[in-house]
Design a protein around this ligand. Structure first.
Ligand code: SF4
Length: 69
């Protein structure tokens, strides 16, 4: 099933754990100390990394939601 990354930038505290877990999906803006979502709809092959990046975010800024194709 397709899925969507949901990023609440207001909650991001700049820990960069998401980038470490899923560099294909996340980038990091060093100037503003905030994560940057590179792919809102990553492929199925990145699902495990997507879920891990959401789980590893200490501030709960990331969630992964299944979407109908
Ligand atoms: S892990 Fe969470 S708090 Fe840290 S940079 Fe990523 S989104 Fe922001």
């Amino acid at each position: 099933m397709a899925y969507k990354m949901i990023f609440d930038s207001g909650k991001c505290q700049g820990y960069a754990s998401c980038l470490v877990e899923a560099p294909e999906i996340w980038d990091f803006d060093e100037d503003d100390d905030i994560a940057v979502l590179k792919q809102e709809f990553p492929g199925e092959e990145l699902r495990a990394k997507a879920d891990t990046s959401a789980r590893c975010c200490p501030s709960g800024a990331i969630s992964v939601e299944d979407v109908d194709e």
